[in-house]
Write a protein that binds this ligand. Structure first.
Ligand code: AP5
Ligand code: MG
Ligand code: ZN
Length: 216
């Protein structure tokens, strides 16, 4: 245990651009460290047409823009209210959310998954997801046994609406503009750990796991 009294259950913020592998790796973290995976993108996708004071999440998500902070903050407050440890995937995404989280809780380690823009685009445009159970595949890198069919539950696989080449480009731009300042925040506060996200999912997991174990 470090001198700043890290909690028994790790509190992890997983950062990285769209397609870096946050979802893939935060599932590993949940399974290995026993902390809940809190993915704001999944929570928003499950409520895409919910009317809020700021319109529906869909209006922002399908354009690759950030959903307004009050909507997203509420999801996170609720998700963290009953747990000591967690892995946050996709939050915080701008400095206002970072300050909000900082008021809410301490964090132990902030791994940043890195990959080139070319690799991110290939991963996102080739991603296929199961609308029933949420399993994620890639046509080339992680293909299901039977083409187009979920190996977990047998449902027909689909593409996320924001995984078109044009929207991917906008999501990467939004990441650079709004989320890179978050990376700088955690670099300055000392919690950031950079992890090469370009290797195979297994190799990335090995480095990520070591980085977490060294820091909690
Ligand atoms: P969100 O769902 O968080 O999307 P994202 O950040 O763009 O990230 P992705 O989920 O696309 O990628 P990932 O890093 O999880 O990669 P994955 O593991 O799937 O957010 C979506 C939208 O919701 C936002 O645009 C915004 O509108 C809204 N939103 C969410 N949070 C918000 C917030 N805090 N504030 C405001 N708005 C918010 O991997 C990608 C693919 O690559 C898969 O096919 C996978 O199989 C494959 N793959 C993974 N790892 C590897 C590897 N090592 N090698 C080869 N292939 C790999
Ligand atoms: Mg994801
Ligand atoms: Zn499935």
């Amino acid at each position: 245990m470090s001198e700043n009294q890290a909690s028994a259950e790790p509190r992890i913020v997983l950062l990285g651009p769209p397609g870096a592998g946050k979802g893939t790796q935060s599932s590993n973290i949940e399974a290995t460290f026993g902390v809940p995976q809190v993915t704001t993108g999944d929570a928003l996708r499950a409520n895409k047409d919910l009317e809020t004071d700021h319109g529906t999440p869909r209006e922002y998500m399908d354009a690759g823009e950030l959903v307004p902070d009050p909507v997203v903050n509420e999801i996170v407050v609720e998700a963290l209210s009953n747990t000591e440890g967690f892995v946050l995937d996709g939050y915080p995404r701008n400095l206002a959310q970072t300050e909000y989280l900082d008021e809410m809780t301490d964090v132990d380690v902030v791994p940043l998954l890195q990959a080139s823009e070319e690799e991110l685009t290939r991963r996102l445009t080739g991603r296929r997801v199961c609308p029933e159970c949420g399993a994620t595949y890639h046509v080339e890198f992680e293909p299901p046994e039977e083409e187009g069919v979920c190996g977990e539950c047998g449902s027909e696989l689909t593409q996320r609406e924001d995984d078109s080449e044009e929207t991917v480009r906008e999501r990467i731009r939004v990441y650079e503009e709004s989320t890179e300042p978050v990376v700088d925040f955690y670099r300055e506060s000392g919690e950031l750990v950079e992890v090469n996200g370009e290797n195979s999912p297994e190799e990335v997991w090995k480095s990520l796991r070591e980085a977490i174990e060294r820091n909690v």
